[in-house]
Write a protein that binds this ligand. Structure first.
Ligand code: SAH
Length: 226
């Protein structure tokens, strides 16, 4: 899988993506990335990539001529995604979809300021994608969330194979059950007996029941969706 990342802060990459299982997958060549510095396509020597908003109002907007030239400089673009609070919110189902083609290329456009000129979205038929109902100062963090979550579910990225991702919150139709490890007694708190019993049927039932209860309490919307 390949990612082209359009940003005015190329030094932010790979950033958090260089660590852990996703970082190892980068080293192994399971995925790769190119950063394209939008400033290389600035309209002047001051490096301007933005301008005032037509119609008035505070905040600057990224110019279509600059962004268009930056996008055109990429040969293999694949699907172009612009991170924006206006898009559908990324969820694990969508993550699976994006990850399903291991040879896919995604071009990720990181906005700054108030965002980008609408004509760029229209011209390139760009998909907008949000990572949640809050406002970030830029799309770079969103791009890292996207790459991390997508690469993570690709084959040969997590140890433990498919099972490691299949058992997770959202993948099981709800939220995860409580997790425990050694020591079995800690500060007077004991690990639930059933988990030490070695009885797989009982353990499975307990986990399912815990998961259902937590999901019902915290995220009833996940149950209705099913
Ligand atoms: N004026 C915009 C917010 C701009 S925030 C609005 O009201 O919708 C600056 C940039 O941060 C955006 O261009 C986008 O790329 C990124 N960004 C902010 N919040 C985001 C979110 N929830 N999901 C994805 N990207 C986001």
């Amino acid at each position: 899988m390949h990612f082209n990342i359009l940003t005015i802060f190329p030094e932010m990459f790979p950033g958090t993506l260089s660590g852990g299982v996703v970082g190892r997958a980068l080293e192994k060549g399971i995925w790769s990335l190119d950063t394209i510095n939008i400033r290389d396509f600035a309209i002047n020597n001051y490096g301007s990539v933005d301008d005032e908003q037509f119609g008035g109002g505070v905040g600057m907007v990224m110019r279509p001529d600059v962004l268009g030239n930056a996008i055109d400089s990429i040969k293999e673009r694949g699907k172009i995604i612009y991170f924006s609070p206006r898009g559908p919110t990324l969820n694990q189902h969508m993550v699976r979809e994006f990850a399903s083609d291991k040879d896919a290329t995604y071009t990720l456009l990181c906005g700054r300021y108030e965002g980008i000129d609408q004509r760029i979205i229209d011209e390139y038929n760009i998909m907008e994608l949000s990572i949640g109902d809050y406002i970030l100062s830029g799309g770079e963090v969103a791009a890292q969330v996207f790459v991390d979550s997508v690469v993570r579910v690709m084959d040969n990225v997590l140890g433990g194979g498919n099972e490691a991702t299949a058992n997770e919150s959202f993948e099981i139709g709800g939220l995860e059950w409580p997790l425990y490890t050694r020591p079995s007694a800690w500060r007077g708190r004991n690990v639930p007996e059933v988990l030490l019993s070695g009885h797989h049927g009982n353990i499975e039932r307990w986990r399912k029941q815990q998961s259902d209860e937590i999901t019902k309490q915290r995220r009833p919307d996940l149950i209705k969706e099913k």
